[in-house]
Design a protein. Structure first.
Length: 94
């Protein structure tokens, strides 16, 4: 997670979870707790797909939606969720 202020300056980069080859267990609570502590305005999520294919999975879309909704309640803007593959990347939000 990249934690940003209202001018999009990175305040902190935090590793939330380390998953296996086809999964990672994360929750909005884990992701947003540090942003709340830092009184952050915005966040960007980034994770990799070890397969090299940066195509978002159904689970990627679901967790992005949950985090977007939860962060909005807290007044934090989820700017993007980026998936990194082998030499490429995909944005879920845009």
């Amino acid at each position: 997670i990249l934690i940003l202020n209202n001018k999009n300056i990175v305040l902190k980069i935090r590793n939330i979870a380390i998953g296996g080859t086809n999964y990672s267990l994360i929750s909005p609570k884990e992701i947003l707790s540090e942003a709340v502590k830092m009184n952050a305005e915005k966040i960007i999520l980034i994770h990799n797909h070890p397969s090299g294919d940066s195509t978002p999975s159904e689970a990627d879309y679901k967790i992005t939606k949950k985090i977007d909704e939860a962060s909005a309640i807290l007044g934090i803007t989820l700017l993007d969720h980026i998936i990194i593959g082998d030499g490429n990347y995909k944005s879920i939000k845009y």
